[in-house]
Design a protein around this ligand. Structure first.
Ligand code: XIL
Length: 335
């Protein structure tokens, strides 16, 4: 019989995946509940899913299907993501300001209303929220930014204060929820510095932040090891916060951007297993500071990398499309 990752890692941290409403609506694949004890909605809790059609028009059904599936099986739920530049409820950015933009007052009020309503809806069922996702891009000189801050609609209209506002509103709505800032490239020194600065700024302002989410979308060669991520985790912990690994996957390609799409040869599968081994070894070393590890998808066939940055082959997860455990699964299970 297949060992359960949730059980194997039970005394260290919960292990989980991102799921879709369809995957659980009719009871779900039994392996989801056997293998994992924390889940996150891959898309169903983003503003474009919950509040696409305008003020007060919420649709919680799909997200509730995920939450109810999880809660009845003793699985924890992470919420993802309250504030992001993508998959937003775009109507929020329009209003009575110049050029038809929302004014600062309008957007602040909508941010408040959205966070209050959504966090209240899931109160007591979602234990941790990604409050703000991907605000910093110091390592991407080609993209519009000011001092490393992404020029999103949030930043453009509200300025850097949008982060503090979002955390404050989330805490007001559910004082028991753990609140996270979530991002990719968190192992890179420039991004690390911005995240540490954000934490110190929020702490100075008395705004609660409890953890950093490290997306951890990696390729077959980048980063070459997980030492710099470990360094970020240690430094975050030194400021009194916890860490979640929120979206782990390890592409079999060295660069999905350039279109390289290797087949999953036995050699590549073993290389990938070694990388998963190294990653989970790091998490175990940091078990005092890492309090959840989630992978971004149920199996290779439904991975977002099959469509990103364009339709292509990849196999970045622990299970095949038929839910057969790959070498990477055994590497993680046998640690
Ligand atoms: C991705 C989903 O996996 C895709 O299905 C969707 O089309 C786009 O968003 N960083 C994040 C996640 O924080 O929300 C993204 O999820 C992947 C990158």
């Amino acid at each position: 019989p297949m060992p359960s990752l949730a059980r194997l890692y039970q005394s260290y941290f919960p292990v989980g995946i991102a799921i879709t409403p369809g995957q659980v609506m009719f009871g779900g694949n039994t392996q989801i509940a056997e293998q994992f004890n924390v889940v996150v909605a891959e898309n169903a809790m983003k503003p474009f899913s919950l509040n696409k059609f305008g003020p007060g028009r919420y649709d919680f059904d799909a997200a509730d299907a995920i939450v109810n599936f999880a809660i009845t099986r003793g699985i924890k739920v992470r919420g993802h993501a309250l504030v992001w530049h993508e998959q937003a409820a775009d109507w929020m950015f329009y209003g009575s300001g110049p050029n038809g933009d929302a004014t600062r007052e309008e957007l602040t009020e909508r941010l408040h209303t959205y966070i209050r309503d959504v966090v209240t809806h899931f109160k007591g069922r979602v234990y941790a929220w990604d409050v703000v996702n991907e605000a910093f891009i110091p390592d991407e000189p080609g993209k519009p930014q000011i001092d490393g801050w992404r020029q999103s609609n949030w930043y453009r209209i509200l300025g850097p204060q949008f982060i503090a506002l979002a955390f404050k509103f989330a805490h007001e709505a559910d004082p028991d929820a753990l609140l996270f800032y979530n991002d990719y490239n968190t192992e890179k020194p420039a991004k690390r510095a911005m995240i540490l600065q954000l934490i110190r700024d929020l702490q100075t302002q008395g705004v609660p932040i409890h953890g950093i989410g490290h997306q951890s979308h990696y390729t077959s060669t980048n980063p070459s090891d997980f030492g710099s991520l470990e360094e970020t985790i240690v430094q975050v912990s030194n400021l009194g916060l916890t860490n979640h690994i929120t979206e782990l996957d390890i592409s079999i390609s060295s660069n999905p951007m350039t279109g390289s799409e290797p087949e999953l040869t036995p050699e590549l599968e073993l290389e990938q297993a070694q990388r998963y081994h190294d990653f989970f070894s790091m998490c175990l070393r940091q078990r005092k500071n890492v309090s959840a590890v989630l992978m971004w998808g149920l199996n290779d066939d439904v991975s977002w990398l099959r469509n990103w940055p364009h339709a292509r082959f990849d196999a970045p997860l622990l299970f095949t499309g038929e839910m057969k455990p790959k070498a990477a699964f055994w590497a993680v299970a046998n640690l």
